[in-house]
Design a protein around this ligand. Structure first.
Ligand SMILES: C[S@@+](CC[C@H](N)C(=O)[O-])C[C@H]1O[C@@H](n2cnc3c(N)ncnc32)[C@H](O)[C@@H]1O
Length: 135
């Protein structure tokens, strides 16, 4: 095996380890996540501002966690589909949701259940590094 292939092999192993770590850590972290994320709560609305006018637009929040960013988009009139791999994180998110225009669904970012219609993927807070961009 040449060194480029070995490097790629190591990267794949690292990605897999990170993916597995994410799957293990967040379910245990779910009850405390919002407390830990308190310092960034003001950023939620700034992110919506940065994106621009979202009223009536459709937003996909990948790796939504406990849904705070998705809620901020919904509060500004967006129709939001939010996905996360952790059911425990989603349970917290669903408890906070009072928008009919916001839905939470369990899904893996590496196998997004939306084949078409995704035009832009942005990255706000650190989510899964292994999510593949789609056109
Ligand atoms: C830092 S937390 C939540 C970040 C969230 N976007 C926010 O703004 O607070 C990262 C989230 O990524 C989720 N996650 C990790 N790997 C994932 C994957 N492959 N597919 C979907 N969600 C994933 C975790 O379950 C966790 O809820």
């Amino acid at each position: 095996m040449n060194s480029a292939a070995m490097t790629r092999g190591n990267e794949v192993d690292e990605e897999r380890a990170y993916y597995d770590l994410n799957k293990r850590v967040y379910p245990a972290f779910a009850p405390f996540y919002d407390l830990v994320a308190l310092p960034v709560r003001r950023l939620r609305h700034q992110v919506v501002e940065l994106v621009g006018a979202v009223d009536g637009k459709r937003v996909l929040d990948v790796a939504t966690g406990t849904g705070s960013q998705a809620l901020a988009f919904a509060a500004r009139g967006a129709e939001v589909a939010a996905i996360d791999i952790s059911e425990a994180m989603l349970r917290v998110a669903r408890r906070k949701n009072h928008f009919a225009t916001l839905t939470f669904r369990r899904a893996d970012a590496t196998k997004l259940p939306f084949d078409r219609g995704i035009r832009r993927l942005g990255h706000v807070l650190r989510g899964p590094r292994d999510a593949r961009d789609r056109p």
